[in-house]
Design a protein around this ligand. Structure first.
Ligand SMILES: NC(=O)c1ccc[n+]([C@@H]2O[C@H](COP(=O)([O-])OP(=O)(O)OC[C@H]3O[C@@H](n4cnc5c(N)ncnc54)[C@H](OP(=O)(O)O)[C@@H]3O)[C@@H](O)[C@H]2O)c1
Length: 236
């Protein structure tokens, strides 16, 4: 088993931003482990897919075990799986709360724990997590406490991990998007969503992919929350 190529694990890889991140890392000749509930098998020998619910610790266990068994190590983890449920606060159902905590928080916790345990063996690694700029600026008319509660925790956990592992060769960063043209948003909503950014338009999936690639190639950057949000977090 050759371990000269770098190995990246990408969650939420069946569509949208995650699927684009997978393509970008393959172009850079990384070996990729892609996971989501509905991810499809691949003919590419350097792309392993593992289907599962990221909220389930057993999925995290299977994904990291498969990465190590097939490719020998884990260099980068991209925590991209996420759900967004916008509702007035008092209308959130118990199922909404459980789903947001399950995917966004448990889905980060279990796989990050297992990935960092592998990275520690080589004193090297990088965890990059996709959050949201709603954490820094709530928007009138877009009630989304569950996004702020869960992704705000991920920004804080990113800084905490960065400090805990700063002297041990493992970096932790986040990309904080504005609203991005992905399958999450129907095309007829794009004009209204674009107007929520100082730049007046939505972001492209490539904007987020490029930020992830930058952070992965930036050895002196850790604990960074990189806003890629058309100016949203800067002000209105
Ligand atoms: N698009 C935006 O405007 C925007 C803005 C800010 C932040 N973000 C964040 O960016 C990330 C990617 O978003 P996107 O726009 O690409 O969304 P998307 O098109 O809805 O894709 C979400 C991905 O997450 C996976 N996923 C959802 N629930 C899962 C579960 N229980 N277990 C495993 N995988 C699960 C989905 O795969 P399966 O359904 O196959 O499981 C899918 O691959 C998310 O973290 C999102 O919060 C997006």
């Amino acid at each position: 088993m050759s371990t000269s190529q770098k190995v990246v694990v990408v969650t939420g890889a069946s569509q949208g931003i995650g699927a684009e991140i997978v393509k970008a890392f393959r172009k850079l000749d990384y070996r990729v482990v892609a996971t989501a509930r509905s991810v499809s098998p691949s003919d590419d020998p350097d792309l392993l897919t593992v289907a599962g619910d990221i909220a389930d610790p057993a999925t995290a266990q299977r994904v990291i075990a498969a990465a190590v068994e097939r490719f020998g190590r884990v260099d980068t983890l991209v925590n991209n799986a996420g759900i967004f449920i916008a509702k007035p606060f008092t209308q959130y159902a118990a199922e909404d709360y459980a789903a947001a905590i399950g995917v966004n928080v448990s889905g980060f916790f279990h796989i990050t724990q297992r990935a960092i345990a592998e990275m520690e063996k080589h004193a090297s690694g990088h965890v990059v997590t996709i959050t949201t700029s709603l954490v820094d600026h709530a928007i009138d008319g877009v009630p989304s406490v569950l996004a702020s509660l869960t992704k705000g925790g991920l920004n804080a956990a990113t800084r905490s991990l960065a400090i805990e592992y700063a002297k041990r060769g493992i970096r932790a960063n986040a990309v904080s998007p504005g609203i991005i043209k992905s399958p999450m948003h129907a095309e007829q909503t794009h004009a209204a969503l674009g107007a929520l950014h100082p730049m007046g338009h939505m972001g492209e999936m490539s904007d987020i992919v490029n930020a992830v690639l930058y952070l992965d190639a930036a050895p002196f950057v850790t604990g960074e929350i990189l806003h890629v949000d058309g100016g949203q977090s800067a002000g209105h």
